[in-house]
Design a protein around this ligand. Structure first.
Ligand SMILES: Cc1cc2nc3c(=O)[nH]c(=O)nc-3n(C[C@H](O)[C@H](O)[C@H](O)COP(=O)(O)OP(=O)(O)OC[C@H]3O[C@@H](n4cnc5c(N)ncnc54)[C@H](O)[C@@H]3O)c2cc1C
Length: 383
């Protein structure tokens, strides 16, 4: 067993660490306060090749392995998790479906500008009545004689759907009924600007404020027959596969945020004096820091292992769910302890830990709640 990262993985991690430290972190407070989407930062990330890391060069990507991509997500999220989720949702949910299931023509047309960072893309699975039960999709698409899919329905909470550089969204829709009576779900590509595709106003959120999250609706929205992604009826299978890999990346994002909590808590504990001494000399504070460090290391190893299994082409659904579940809960505990170590100052907006505390909660919800992860792990156990 070798836990050493290779030269390329180290180079990508270090590039992202430096970029996050120099360009993202100094902007995090302002982005949180204004909620403005950071087009300039996203543009620079595109130039650095960060928006197409795991895709081959022939499709505009950087040709990096999946672990390198996760290391990048960890480091970017350590700088600011809004930027981290923009990168993750674009890559794991927006671009990866084209790479895995798209035809050669779709890869050239859609994946290429996404991998180079020229465009962002969204993935619309969740609906008002279909969240954890995402197979309960009500959005319908009917292929009519005019050769067009007629889409009617709506989606909620969709990341990256409405930025100025978003090219469109891939959505799940019911396209018929299977022989066993279950819904036939298919993924369809809906470019921005398609008549009948309405992008709602951004939500006001508790955290991840500089990321773009919107409701979408489709009213007699028509896309040509060839806008199907992969095979008709494969939608459910496809999004389960997309989410497995996405969860490893969300685990990495959570580790990045947890590490930021530890960074701030340690630095504050060293500086802050009470009862005549630095609070880092008190064992109660040291034990909090030691526990944070230990849990972060465990969470990191869990996403490394899940990423490694994925790269080996081995089954990894159990490990992906475990990594996402443990890392998101680790980040929540880390944010809580980081605020505690800051005392009253931790409650004030000018300290990053208050922002971390507000942003950490969503990690236990997005791309499958903690309950859903436990359900998936139990299913793998045979329950
Ligand atoms: C900021 C943000 C960004 C998002 N981005 C995207 C995106 O880009 N694309 C997208 O498609 N979706 C996106 N989502 C949606 C996200 O994936 C869902 O919110 C999530 O899957 C949970 O669905 P829900 O909100 O409907 O909760 P519900 O499914 O209604 O769950 C409510 C509660 O019930 C629990 N629960 C549900 N079923 C069970 C069960 N069988 N057993 C035990 N407990 C259960 C849940 O765990 C949860 O605690 C985003 C959400 C947010 C908040």
């Amino acid at each position: 067993m070798d836990f050493t990262l290779n030269d390329e993985q180290i180079a990508i991690r270090d590039t992202c660490r430096e970029f996050a430290e120099q360009e993202i972190k100094p902007r995090a407070e302002e982005m949180d306060a204004t909620g403005q989407f950071p087009y300039d930062l996203v543009g620079k990330m595109g130039q650095l090749g960060l928006l197409g890391l795991p895709f081959p060069e022939e499709y505009g990507g950087a040709g990096a392995d999946f672990l390198s991509y996760c290391l990048a997500i960890e480091e970017i999220s350590r700088g600011d998790v809004s930027v981290g989720i923009t990168m993750e949702a674009h890559t794991s949910l927006g671009a990866t479906p084209f790479y895995l299931f798209g035809s050669e023509e779709q890869k050239q047309r859609y994946l290429l500008p996404l991998a180079t960072g020229e465009r962002l893309w969204a993935f619309g699975l969740t609906e008002a009545e279909a969240g954890s039960d995402s197979g309960g999709t009500r959005t319908r698409a009917v292929l009519k004689e005019d050769g067009q899919w007629h889409i009617n329905g709506s989606k909620v909470f969709i990341t990256n759907a409405g930025t100025n550089i978003t090219g469109g969204v891939t959505i799940t829709a019911v396209t018929g009924q299977r022989p066993d009576g279950r819904k036939e779900i298919t993924n369809l590509i809906v470019p921005k600007g398609t008549p009948g595709y309405v992008i709602g106003n951004p939500y006001k959120k508790m955290g991840w404020k500089a990321s773009d999250t919107r409701p979408l609706s489709f009213e007699e929205c028509m896309v040509p027959e060839e806008n199907i992604l992969g095979k008709r009826g494969d939608g459910f299978k496809q999004f389960m596969q997309i989410l497995d890999a996405g969860r490893v990346a969300i685990a990495a994002l959570s580790v990045g945020l947890a590490q930021a909590c530890l960074d701030e808590a340690l630095s504050y504990a060293r500086e802050r004096k009470q009862f005549g001494k630095s609070i880092s000399t008190y064992q109660a504070i040291q034990f909090k820091l030691a526990d944070m460090d230990m849990e972060i290391e465990l969470a990191r190893l869990m996403y490394y292992k899940a990423a490694w299994l994925h790269m080996q082409g081995k089954p990894y659904r159990r490990e992906a769910s475990m990594a996402k579940l443990f890392a998101s809960e680790t980040a929540k505990r880390a944010a809580d302890q980081a605020v505690q170590i800051h005392g009253g100052y931790g409650f004030m907006d000018e300290y990053p830990v208050s922002r971390y505390w507000r942003s950490v909660k969503i990690n236990e919800i997005g791309e499958g709640t903690s309950e859903v992860q436990r359900m998936l792990i139990a299913k793998e156990l045979g329950c």
